[in-house]
Design a protein around this ligand. Sequence first.
Ligand SMILES: [Zn+2]
Ligand SMILES: [Zn+2]
Length: 300
Amino acid sequence: MNPNQASSLQCALLLFTLLVSGCTEKKVDSRTKDFALIKKLVPYDVTMEAPMQGDWLFEHKEQGQNFEQYAKSAPVSPNASQKNIYLQPIGIFNEREDKIIHYTAEYLEIFFDLKTIVLPAVSDSIIPGTARRTREEGYEQLLTGYILDSVIAKSIPKDAIVVMGITQKDLYPAEAWNFVFGQARLKKRVGVSSFVRFHEGELSADNFDLCLERFIKTSAHEIGHMFSFKHCTHAVCVMNGSNSLYETDERPNRLCSECLKKLYWNLGFDVKTRMLALQAYFKKHKLTRDYDLQTRDLGL
Ligand SMILES: [Zn+2]
Ligand SMILES: [Zn+2]
């Protein structure tokens, strides 16, 4: 190696070092900026009211999960080869129901900042009689555990980080339970939910927006679990447990600051860009309460 070659190698190394340290600093800068923005949302955390009989927290004594506990829990996290969210419709969906599923995918793609893919629907005949029951009122329910462990978990696409089944029928998690809106595994990357209870009667133009508002909430909640979130007890939040439609309706489509910090730490999106995209989504789909809250958050 002659002196000229040596000095050009040194220059190249210096340039490389500068570029790498420049990128790292940029990354550190943006993370500091994003964490600072999330911190500004702390005053908007709404304290949860003391649980009343029938509420989720009245019946389930949960401790919640703060940022440090979450970070230490080795949560499910996307990587270069497993980074897409998949939705697997199970059953026969009409055009309007199909729209709910696709608008939900659009929302989840913004909420988690991960590509969200709707798979072709499969028949619910794959669920055996032992994993179904018919209620006195005449409607049929499907057993969540079977769907999670014997259907969804058996066919997770290679590039999926999480998969959520969406059934056209109501769900139950065990004989003793009346129903659930959804259920997910904290470490196995699978979940299932249903919007059959969200349109109270035939899904129509009149109840479509309400059904969408409720289903995007349930879907974000269940997929939050799939990213190893436990129920939130920190403040009013989409990750609060829910025992009823009343409790579900009480909370907005919004994470509290503690849960947003957890999600950001895990997924690393641009916080402001995500807020703007959520605001645009709520406006497009006429979800006024969520739009108003997001607009207020953006005013910081
Ligand atoms: Zn839950
Ligand atoms: Zn929360």
